[in-house]
Design a protein around this ligand. Sequence first.
Ligand SMILES: *[C@@H]1O[C@H](CO)[C@@H](O)[C@H](O)[C@H]1NC(C)=O
Ligand SMILES: *[C@@H]1O[C@H](CO)[C@@H](O)[C@H](O)[C@H]1NC(C)=O
Length: 426
Amino acid sequence: MRVRLKGDAICTLFLLVALCSLLYSQLEHLVPGGNKEPPQKKPSVASKIFSDPRAPWRPMPAEATVPRPQITPTVRRTEAANNRVQTTTPPPLTDSAFNFKRYLLNKDNRNFNLLINQPKKCRKTPGGPFLLIAIKSVVEDFDRREIVRKTWGREGLVNGEQIQRVFLLGTPKNRTVLATWETLIHQESQTYRDVLLWDFMDTFFNLTLKEIHFLNWAAEFCHNVKFIFKGDADVFVNIENIVDFLVRHDPTEDLFVGDIIYNARPIRVRKSKYYIPETMYGLSIYPAYAGGGGFLLSSRTMRKLSRACGEVELFPIDDVFLGMCLQRINLKPTSHEGFKTFGIVKPSAAPHLQTFDPCFYKDLMVVHSLKVAEIWLMWNLLHSPHLSCTQKKQVKKPFQWKKKAQQRVKAIFLVDFPSPSQSVTL
Ligand SMILES: *[C@@H]1O[C@H](CO)[C@@H](O)[C@H](O)[C@H]1NC(C)=O
Ligand SMILES: *[C@@H]1O[C@H](CO)[C@@H](O)[C@H](O)[C@H]1NC(C)=O
């Protein structure tokens, strides 16, 4: 079925182009040229917005007017899509010679100060917020936080439930890149009241510290929350679907839902980014853990995990570390049948993605590895009053992606895919 886009939709397109141009022109001033390598190896935002011809949706003709910087390959794209031991954020390549000895020696140094707090975050609503969205970010990624704030990470009511948001930050690894970062982040915090900043270096291998500190923060300052979604800043989250799912659950019971990875083996190949020597982890398989762009937990589970993680030895892969905490409290994480994370390999494997069909995104929960503009566009299309997706659900037919590793987009689905024939032709 073809849905014609008119009026507002065209307006949305123009706005997008304007936003992109604006972002791009600003970045030209902000980002010094050359091979600047932001922490956690994210490519520069400009290149992320415009460079990827294999994005889950095709660039629209209007974008042709926007300047296109050179394609810088992202780390994710080169990773094998089916490598299940991957975690949400690729570690920096420059740290490939990870110093395990030093890590082990420093392992007891695990309490860092909270430099920016939001002590009132969960006190605004009587009874506490329904859902706290906690997003891992790095100081440098202001634009990503901004787009999350304006789209799926909005605070306020969703289906009648109160949503609050925090960003989880450490101190920048390279302070010369952002000489004024301290002033900027304080201003950002004053403006939005959603920044939590801890005094540890924000590196891939310190994400475990972020996990621990966030759980402790939540237990202390947000104990009245009902549920928490914790995820990355480069995901698109369908909060309405998340809320619909959560209202059917009891926050005073244990709940941990995500894309659960079972029986992953530690990588013993020294050259691998995920190399873990036996001295650090002696068992042959990891406990079940949540991979991908995000997971959900209940208030009760948050409090238990906060305590348990304090008793587990630090482990450099944060997803696996949390799996160890879950094991400690004897809680089996749930892989909801609708939550399926996988690499969306290439758009041609899904014709409806090629036309950027918002109906495709309507039924899922979390899409991983998205560019700033994609998040913005998707959110706007999904919330367009003209969006009409015929609810002609197909019979359960497992969707198969070819395993040719290319673009890596993770998606957690709540229900079936809509029919591929429902597409919006732009
Ligand atoms: C920090 O970034 C600047 C600019 O990209 C670079 O010249 C410098 O070598 C970096 N310093 C460290 C310690 O990585
Ligand atoms: C983690 O942060 C601490 C404190 O800033 C720092 O000393 C340490 O080197 C960092 N560890 C890693 C693995 O980056």
